[in-house]
Design a binder for this molecule. Sequence first.
Ligand code: MN
Length: 425
Amino acid sequence: MPLSANDPSHKSWLDVPANSDFPIQNIPFGVFLTRDDVITIGTRIGDTAIDLGALHQLGYFKGIDLTDDIFLQDSLNDFIADGRKTWRLVRNRVSKIFREGSDTELRNNDDHRDKVLFSLDEIEMQMPVDVGDYTDFYASKEHATNVGSLFRDPENALMPNWLHIPIGYHGRSSSIIPSGTPIHRPIGQSKPGDDGKPGFGPSKLLDFELEMAFITTAANDLGKRVSIDEAEDHIFGLVLFNDWSARDIQAWEYQPLGPFLGKSFASTISPWIVTLDALEPFRAKGPEQEPKPLPYLQQQGKKNFDIHLQAIIQPENGEENIVANSNFKYMYWSMAQQLAHHTINGCNVRSGDMMGSGTISGPTKDSYGSMLELTWRGQNPLKLSDGSERKFIEDGDTVILRGHAEKDGVRIGFGDCSGKILPAH
Ligand code: MN
């Protein structure tokens, strides 16, 4: 099926501000509460939120095989489970309804427009999916090398398995929250000092991790595998993902079983899921893989995506400071490789599952995706525009992740992935 919704020549009859992340070529999916306290599945063009539940009730999706209540739900899980053919039909139809010169039915119907369109201040974004399982990978070679150098041996920074396996661990889905939700600084244990007793209290080394996460459809039954060639068919879309990390809690607890409470207090996502289809024009070649991975991880063609990423720190009542510029194309292990690896043992992946990329660091010091790397474990504090310094994240700071891809005059972005740190309580 052609991805007609991606045509760069399309313009919407809805207003789209210059440099908007949400032109008519994007058409992301999300869940929001309306002014009438109704929860619905929707999309967004420019700064207008579109109620897909209302559009469906008014008959605008005629001819597409959808259940009556598919958009009148508090998560996208069922819609995602309908599969890629359905996602494409809906995205193409939305594109047609809102395209300049293509369809005037909704544009000319005041009553319908009133039921379907909302300004952003009339809605409240919710979690787009009910995340059953969340896995976090560790797929950036630069990040793994930096962390290995900091905590182990700069000469042997990568563990012997790293170039053979997309390393990952099972995270906690209950504490994944949408952008804008504040977070209290976590409390926990830290490494013993000279007295031999573990420390306890608010984390002193609170960090962000600049990541992206992909959301899957039901990919395989228990005991079955997803091959690398079909892996992308099961990826619905992506969000920005801040995998908040308390480095002092993490450093004390992580051996021998891996990350636990230093990670599970919160992870923040951008609330609009940008489909893999919308990102199709931005494919890029990933890094050369040497040694060659095992056959089940060998891929053809461009499996990475050129998405510019930023991390920003905004102190309380202060201005935004860009602290990192990275790119999703730096990933060593692609999403397809991650999904093929995840299922090689027969583990079943379900609709609404979320897979974090791991911190995305680039080759230069200003492209590192965490404070741990940017300040080299606090040795080189960052200077902010108000004159203050940061080794890690302080109370009152808001961390914002942003990301967009751009080509042929079309900019596809994700909106803000933002979270403010409140004092421990
Ligand atoms: Mn992470």
